[in-house]
Design a protein around this ligand. Structure first.
Ligand SMILES: *[C@@H]1O[C@H](CO)[C@@H](O)[C@H](O)[C@H]1NC(C)=O
Ligand SMILES: *[C@@H]1O[C@H](CO)[C@@H](O)[C@H](O)[C@H]1NC(C)=O
Ligand SMILES: *[C@@H]1O[C@H](CO)[C@@H](O)[C@H](O)[C@H]1NC(C)=O
Ligand SMILES: *[C@@H]1O[C@H](CO)[C@@H](O)[C@H](O)[C@H]1NC(C)=O
Ligand SMILES: *[C@@H]1O[C@H](CO)[C@@H](O)[C@H](O)[C@H]1NC(C)=O
Ligand SMILES: *[C@@H]1O[C@H](CO)[C@@H](O)[C@H](O)[C@H]1NC(C)=O
Ligand SMILES: *[C@@H]1O[C@H](CO)[C@@H](O)[C@H](O)[C@H]1NC(C)=O
Ligand SMILES: *[C@@H]1O[C@H](CO)[C@@H](O)[C@H](O)[C@H]1NC(C)=O
Ligand SMILES: *[C@@H]1O[C@H](CO)[C@@H](O)[C@H](O)[C@H]1NC(C)=O
Ligand SMILES: *[C@@H]1O[C@H](CO)[C@@H](O)[C@H](O)[C@H]1NC(C)=O
Ligand SMILES: *[C@@H]1O[C@H](CO)[C@@H](O)[C@H](O)[C@H]1NC(C)=O
Ligand SMILES: *[C@@H]1O[C@H](CO)[C@@H](O)[C@H](O)[C@H]1NC(C)=O
Length: 434
């Protein structure tokens, strides 16, 4: 159908060429010692041995800490490190969170033992590298999310664990694989962070009654972050980047079931984001921006390019009145406030809208994604507060298809009559595609 669009094919060609290696500038100096984490022989919790191994292995600097392949290390208690220098963790074995929901809830509810994530690398880490295994049979982080997902309606779910918090300067994360996280997977902060070849598998066997709620891939406010090579099945954003993040690039993405390669904001200033080379299947949202209702913030220089989005409810979605369905719009919301978005570009995107404008995360009527004017014929939503809040927008090589296979439509408000965007703000098909 889009054979006549050479730039689009070139963009997709990038994705079909097999990648031999991901570029990741190493930050590790000489690792003075390499130590293997022993399995606990007297009890079930392997967390104390990890901490003890690190302490015994040059005490948190110039060391490599190895988890043996084909073992399962049980992290019954949260694992927390800070201020590491020149340390590599090599995850050849599986690392598992406890499979006892009540127990995990009791830990998460106790702030004296739970610092906010199950695995924490906090403080001034420099030259920190987490290396997973390229062997698909081992080296997984296992969250047991499947035990939690069916309970959306029968538990307050206040005590779901967040998986990773990683921050520092010169952080390298490669080949990490996560299986069934309970919810939020990676929180990344700091500067000069590279993450390559990541796998996130949060597939539910029953996505209606056991939806993998809040299984975000990456939430970040980092500066100088490159995420290259990503495959996920999840139930929330692939990535959610928000101020004060700057200089964030994510490329070479394959995603199923997602809520978007997303930028959001509710305060602060950020920008210089590039998202490129993505194939998104069977999802709720694709290239996404959400400005929180009743707040303001500044974002500039944001680009989504070379995206192919299939069977997705809202392939390209930009709104400035987002609110959390669980909390609703607070009564004192000042709806005159909105995000300032400038120099946003959507380039070389083909989108196929799905017949269904919902997924298993819709537990309210209307669904939390409800957008005025929505339709399964629409593939592109640009809902601006007004032209002053959305400046210097650019669209090129956008090809849309509605659920019926006919040219897809746009839903637009706030930019009526604005020239120079590449397309007009219209409710209908794009002139370039008539
Ligand atoms: C082994 O696990 C138990 C809990 O099951 C824990 O109390 C103990 O500290 C662990 N021992 C080592 C050496 O990690
Ligand atoms: C190990 O490092 C910690 C934190 O950096 C420090 O408090 C402790 O004194 C060090 N221990 C030894 C034996 O060097
Ligand atoms: C892990 O198991 C695989 C498959 O059985 C085997 O090929 C590999 O050598 C094992 N690795 C180690 C370190 O035991
Ligand atoms: C490690 O986890 C993967 C994914 O859940 C699983 O297929 C594999 O059997 C596990 N390996 C061990 C040694 O438990
Ligand atoms: C699960 O954890 C709870 C709370 O720690 C404990 O009371 C219960 O016995 C555990 N269940 C199993 C099957 O171990
Ligand atoms: C990425 O990791 C997977 C295992 O999860 C491995 O099979 C593959 O070879 C890796 N790809 C690259 C380019 O490193
Ligand atoms: C919640 O409901 C699910 C699905 O009916 C059930 O499997 C689970 O055991 C329930 N959990 C609790 C804590 O009631
Ligand atoms: C939760 O309850 C709501 C309201 O009763 C219902 O519409 C929804 O389908 C339920 N969701 C799940 C996952 O059970
Ligand atoms: C952006 O981040 C990358 C990766 O950390 C870094 O190489 C580059 O220098 C940064 N660019 C700017 C302008 O800071
Ligand atoms: C815009 O963002 C891109 C991607 O992060 C960056 O390479 C470029 O330098 C930025 N441009 C300006 C003018 O800041
Ligand atoms: C706008 O964004 C584009 C694409 O990232 C960049 O090349 C350009 O320099 C930006 N312009 C300004 C004025 O920041
Ligand atoms: C498109 O429809 C929306 C609501 O569905 C409306 O607010 C907007 O003004 C319309 N835009 C144009 C350009 O007619």
């Amino acid at each position: 159908m889009f054979v006549s669009r050479p730039s689009l094919l070139a963009g997709l060609g990038l994705l079909t060429t097999s990648t031999t290696a991901y570029f990741l500038p190493e930050t590790l100096g000489t690792l003075v010692t390499s130590c293997t984490v022993p399995k606990n022989t007297t009890g079930d919790d392997d967390t104390p041995s990890v901490a003890a191994t690190l302490a015994a292995c040059n005490n948190g600097s110039n060391a490599q800490i190895v988890f043996r392949a084909n073992e399962t290390y049980n992290l019954l208690t949260p694992l927390s490190f800070r201020d590491l220098t020149n340390v590599e963790f090599v995850f050849n074995g599986n690392l598992s969170l406890p499979d006892n929901v009540t127990y995990v809830e009791s830990v998460v509810g106790d702030s004296t033992i739970y610092p906010g994530h199950w695995l924490t690398f906090a403080g001034e880490n420099t030259g920190l590298t987490l290396t997973g295994s390229q062997d698909a049979r081992t080296g997984w982080f296992i969250g047991h999310g499947e035990l939690w997902w069916p309970m959306v309606n029968n538990t307050s779910n206040d005590y779901r664990p967040h998986f990773f918090s990683i921050q520092g300067t010169g952080v390298r994360l490669r080949d990490l694989k996560v299986y069934n996280p309970v919810a939020w997977t990676f929180s990344l902060g700091g500067t000069d962070i590279y993450m390559t070849n990541t796998t996130l598998d949060a597939r539910s066997s029953d996505p209606i009654n056991a939806y993998p709620f809040n299984t975000d891939g990456i939430d970040t406010s980092a500066s100088g972050l490159v995420v290259d090579g990503w495959v996920s099945w999840n139930g929330d954003d692939v990535l959610n980047v928000a101020p004060p993040a700057t200089n964030v690039t994510m490329r070479n993405i394959v995603a199923y079931g997602t809520h978007g390669v997303s930028v959001s904001c509710s305060s602060g200033t950020g920008g210089d984001f590039l998202f490129e080379n993505a194939v998104i299947y069977d999802s709720l949202l694709g290239a996404r921006f959400k400005g929180e209702v009743g707040t303001t913030c500044n974002l500039s220089n944001v680009t989504w390019r070379n995206f192919a989005i299939f069977n997705t409810s809202y392939p390209i979605h930009f709104i400035e009145n987002y609110y959390d369905q669980e909390t609703g719009i607070p009564s004192d919301t000042n709806t005159s406030l909105a995000a300032y978005a400038s120099n946003f570009t959507w380039s070389n995107i083909v989108a196929f809208t799905s017949a269904d404008l919902q997924d298993g995360s819709c537990v309210s009527d209307p669904c939390w994604t409800y957008t005025e004017g929505e339709s399964s014929q629409k593939s592109l939503y640009i809902m601006c507060h007004d032209a002053a809040h959305c400046t210097d927008f650019h669209f090129d090589d956008i090809v849309l298809f509605g659920a019926n296979g006919k040219p897809g439509e746009m839903d637009c408000t706030g930019l009526e009559g604005v020239e120079g965007m590449g397309i007009p703000c219209t409710n209908g098909t794009l002139p370039t595609q008539q």
